[in-house]
Write a protein that binds this ligand. Sequence first.
Ligand code: CAO
Length: 427
Amino acid sequence: MKALEGVRILDFTHVQSGPTCTQLLAWFGADVIKVERPGTGDITRGQLCDLPDVDSLYFTMLNHNKRSITLDTKTPEGMDVLWEMAKVCDVLVENFAPGVLDRMGFSWDKLHAVNPRLIVASVKGFGPGPYADCKVYENVAQCAGGSASTTGFRDGPPLVTGAQIGDSGTGLHLALGIVTALFHRTRSGLGQKVDCAMQDGVLNLCRIKLRDQQRLEHGPLKEYSQFGDGEPFGTSVPRAGNDSGGGQPGRILKCKGWETDPNAYIYFITQTPVWGAICDVIGEPGWKTDPDYAKPAARLPRLNEIFARIEQWTMTKTKFEAMDILNVHHIPCGPILSMKEIAEETSLRETGTVVEVDHPLRGKYLSVGNPIKLSASPTEVTRSPLLGEHTNEILRDVLKFDDSRIAAILASGATGATEAPSRVAAE
Ligand code: CAO
């Protein structure tokens, strides 16, 4: 039995933040029923398409293991069906713009009255406050959550990061909120609202930068290369390039081949317990006892010089050769892996973190599998649904409608053309 078997999710999500949450729940065994607008469905089905008339990779990679029903919830018949679904589901998940669900008539009060056990989980860009009504996409959340102001180099503009911390990060937060509410329901018998704001989710992941903001009031941040360069700090946490580490300073360093390979780099951490080994490996054994280098505090003003010296060594090795040598000495380091290298990495295939999935219209494609491994509830990744693929079976098997009721709903147009191909281009 899968961990969430028996849990039914009314998945009223779109784009990325909500779908990543419900995909995780589906991977844990929940029955996730995605409600989509007839004709177009989730707008991402038709965005950034690499093949004609085939659901985009964006959509397929975010909606595995789900079923799809098409419903125009702005028709009375579509609205009726949605209410019936709300009665038989355990969780409703949505990430529409602020106010959309209320405008549809699906307020928390009404949903709770109809199904007191229903958990209603929402992603919004912001929590209550001046921006509560704003629509938000990934990069807006990265900017408003503190990530962009602290990412990049100090002589350049703020930068967004390639990791989707606003969308997928908030989806993760929401999934935790939902399973927590499910656990609470086993004792209270009642559903509750679960709200995650993308700004809050990003800030939660930027926690150490708020730590640094407060440290700054008590003096310069000595592990930042800015300190070693003698550049004064301002009043807020600066961008730190690739510096990291608090007590364990680290940098990205060039490796052999960096002139032509944009990813011939390694992340190198000068962890204190292995400082002696580092000195031996790079050919500076004298630094083990030299008072200017032997202790972490003495090294902080010299980090630029120290990393320049370590880089002289890493540039003589490929990133994988350097990994092999450094790992023998338990020196924390990591290669900069390109997406191509990750896609080809056999160990990630073996653990199911990278999976090959077959799709009837697309054929085989690669996706990221479930990064959370449960020993008694392993994940089997199955393809995303075609638009409206399960409309009839949901009306019949989940909602237990009889043939005449189903025929009336289909005739009303509320479900659109259920046998329609996978998507209609939305771009
Ligand atoms: N049938 C009929 N109408 C439907 C429907 C259905 N099945 N599903 C959705 N709709 C309607 C909604 O009722 C809404 O209509 P109204 O505005 O008339 O009430 C409309 O579709 C659009 O909803 P939206 O405003 O959420 O969509 P958008 O494309 O304009 O905005 C987004 C997208 C992501 C900016 C917005 O949804 C948002 O801010 N969400 C919260 C934050 C979030 O999750 N962002 C992550 C985005 S991923 O990068």
